[in-house]
Design a protein around this ligand. Sequence first.
Ligand code: PLP
Length: 416
Amino acid sequence: MKTASAILPYFVFQNKPVREYFPALHQQVYGQSLVYFDNAATTQKPQSVIDAIATYYATINSNVHRGVHYLSQQATEAGEETRKRVAAFIHARHAHEIIFTRGTTESINLVAYSYSKLALKAGDNIVISAMEHHSNIVPWQIACEDHGAELRVIPMDENGELLLHTLDNLLDARTRLVAITWISNALGTVNPIQAIIQKAHALGIPVLIDAAQAAPHIPIDVQAIDCDFLAFSGHKMFGPTGIGILYGKEEWLDRMPPYQGGGEMIKSVSFEKTTYNDLPFKFEAGTPHIEGIICLKAAIDFLEALPLTEAHIYEQQLLQYATEQLQQIPDLRIIGQAKKKSGVISFIIEDTHPYDVGVLLDKMGIAVRTGHHCTQPIMDFFGIPGTVRVSLAVYNTVAEIDRLVQSLDRVVSMLK
Ligand code: PLP
């Protein structure tokens, strides 16, 4: 068992606790200091990101791409700087393989619409897994319905691990895409995406990776893992809300039709014929989320300045400690016991409803998420209405976990 004293009391970054950089963590709710354990839903923002947003509006606020004037040029340059920064962050070959979207959800919808229009025909199939977020299920259901294709699902076991041997039967000559989450937001399972990509590629099938939960925790190298598409959200990695990324291999993006029509995505328009713009602008119709794009760079700067290996080890220690402590609580059952997990602990307590547990914890100053976490099929699989989910970030501490456990003891005595 990992004793609390064997773990750093908090993660230190540039000579001070990393949580010092996050102003929202230093507030009281209901008269108690906030414990924020809802990081899989969205992370708090460091001061540098908050400052970047204010600076943008105080200085170069302007619409991009269309202006000849100074501010517009500055904003355009700053936005394109972020695109290069994102490309470097995930090791994309080209900056034009980075498409700005509203978030993971829109990135997946873009591929589901546009790639399916290119490649999906009646009788084809798409393969996803049993532990997908709704945003990596519903877009594929819609696409399959539209094109007369079949949606196939890689099953999982009671530990929350995918049964990968089933891939041999699921993938066939009519499989057009595998879309899979890297890390499950409800179970914390880290999936062996490399093995899945290799299996799919052996049959010439492209793979989309939902990296919404991976981007804040795992170094991403799209060329090394050789995925065809990868989607993630800025707000889950210390960045602003409303900005997301779709990475796509040039060879696919070039061939795919646009997702939305409008300004910016065209070269020329007449009533007879429209010519589409080059990558990446073909997929970026309308005024983008300029402030979000520009300030995403500040989030990546912060994330990359963190010593990632140490941060990962620290998060894993917190996960192990929290798991062991929570298991001491009578009648508490952890949902998702995969061997390889990220900092997510979902649990239920017998004879209590997750919602009631969440509400009482909130009144004690502890923010957790309750419910199905946009993964209803996972809840159905385990035969439960939902879970209480504790999701960790590098700014969480051992003391916060201790407070959670003590508070849960009180919650249980109140509810039972
Ligand atoms: N995929 C996973 C695994 C997620 O955890 C989430 C959000 O929780 C999403 C997709 C959707 O992300 P967003 O709401 O930022 O589009």
